[in-house]
Design a binder for this molecule. Structure first.
Ligand SMILES: [Zn+2]
Length: 413
């Protein structure tokens, strides 16, 4: 593993800086986006977007290559109800014939703000009691511009009484936890790249726990559940998650974020998720997954894995996997670093923090080794090829899987 670690620092040359504040972005007026999750229990989100524009042809776009998904999973097929207006007049639009994520318009003379309304049909990571807002579901922004150069100011409306967990910086009403009330919650100006990286977890049964208060910057566990008592994590689980923050502090000896939020949904209907971000992570597991030691075993390394990605994947990202916009294809050859090393370190941290016992960790290692011993596809396909081909392997069709190979860049990486 030491060899991989050295290779990591030699190969990964690209820095992704965190700009949670608006510094340096004041020269351009920001896009204003208000996400309305009032209908989230019906699996429908709404957005009102105001874009600064000038006269002439304009192409706006919605994300295609979602960071962390490693494939073009942009939710364009769920975007509906699109209406563009300027000065009260509806403007016609036409989808690009080749790039289906692009909308073409012509901005009339004298118009400086384009308003867009859209709805998003969201079938995953929502339940009648909770929802994740991933901003790619609703974002529209000018095409062919680096996304970190596009300032944007987000607001969100959630169902009355639902709590809000996010690494975004709320303005006007205090933070941690973000106060729940009936109107829009506004956040500080950020940019399109960072907003994509800053999801919101909201729910009726919502709890926020401060973790390891002696460590700076601050870490929070934000939990939403389908059943009221599940979001009140048992003390043993909270102690292990606090250990995780301390063990990561001891292992990585650096922090590049202003604060970190573990977003955790406990639901049997919302579906599973594990998605990393720089200052937060989306962790979606079953409603009883943290209820006792036995239930916890199945997802014991999830929090540690996604937390590790804040360093390996976000603060530092292997070249090829970072692109300046979400339209350009990500290249996966170094996913054995991005995911493989994170898999290793996430498992180590899960064992060190007590989320998984040392015996269980050894069993996981033995299981991985035994699986690879009985994967004849390794005769024809390299582990690196499973990474290069990640975007066509991640669907996980199990047919002939030992001959085809799957995402072996995780465990074999
Ligand atoms: Zn990962």
């Amino acid at each position: 593993m030491r060899r991989n670690l050295l290779a990591f620092f030699a190969i990964t040359i690209l820095t992704v800086l965190f700009t949670a504040s608006a510094s340096g972005q004041s020269q351009k007026p920001p896009i204003q986006i208000t996400a309305d999750l009032s209908d989230a229990p019906r699996k429908l989100f709404h957005a009102e977007v105001d874009l600064p524009v000038t006269e002439g042809p304009l192409t706006v776009i919605t994300p295609k290559w979602i960071p962390g998904d490693h494939r073009p999973t942009g939710p364009v097929d769920g975007i509906t109800g699109v209406v563009f207006t300027a000065k009260g007049q509806t403007l016609p639009w036409r989808r690009d014939d080749v790039d289906l994520y692009e909308f073409h318009l012509t901005i009339p003379a004298g118009v400086s703000t384009l308003h867009a309304h859209l709805d998003a049909i969201v079938l995953t990571n929502v339940s009648p009691k909770l929802a994740y807002l991933e901003w790619d579901k609703l974002m529209l922004y000018p095409a062919n511009v680096p996304v970190r150069d596009i300032p944007i100011q987000p607001s969100v409306i959630v169902p009355a009484g639902w709590g809000i967990g996010t690494a975004l910086t709320p303005i006007g009403r205090g933070a941690n936890p973000v106060p729940a009330w009936g109107g829009a919650t506004h956040f500080a100006v950020t940019n399109v790249e960072q907003l994509e990286d800053s999801p919101i977890l909201t729910g009726q049964y919502f709890q926020e726990f401060a973790l390891a208060p002696e460590i700076s910057p601050k870490h929070y566990m934000d939990v939403a559940s389908d059943i009221a008592e599940d979001s009140n994590l048992r003390p043993e689980a909270l102690a292990e998650i606090t250990n995780l923050v301390r063990e990561a502090d001891a292992l990585y000896r650096s922090h590049h974020y202003n604060q970190y939020h573990f977003l955790l949904s406990l639901s049997d209907t919302a579906g599973g998720v594990g998605l990393e971000h720089g200052q937060s992570s989306e962790n979606g597991i079953g409603e009883k997954a943290f209820s006792d030691e036995d239930h916890q075993l199945g997802d014991a390394d999830l929090l540690a894995h996604e937390f590790t990605h804040s360093w390996n994947g976000k603060y530092r990202r292997p070249i090829g996997l970072y692109q300046t916009d979400f339209a350009t294809a990500q290249q996966g050859a170094l996913l054995w670093v991005y995911e493989g090393m994170t898999q290793y370190l996430g498992n180590v941290l899960a064992a060190r923090s007590g989320l998984r016992s040392q015996t269980e960790y050894r069993d996981v290692l033995a299981s991985s080794a035994a699986n690879l011993d009985y994967t004849p596809g390794r005769e024809w396909r390299s582990t690196e090829d499973t990474a290069v081909a990640a975007s066509i392997l991640r669907d996980g069709n199990p047919a002939w899987s030992s001959w085809k190979r799957g995402q072996d860049y995780y465990d074999e990486g």
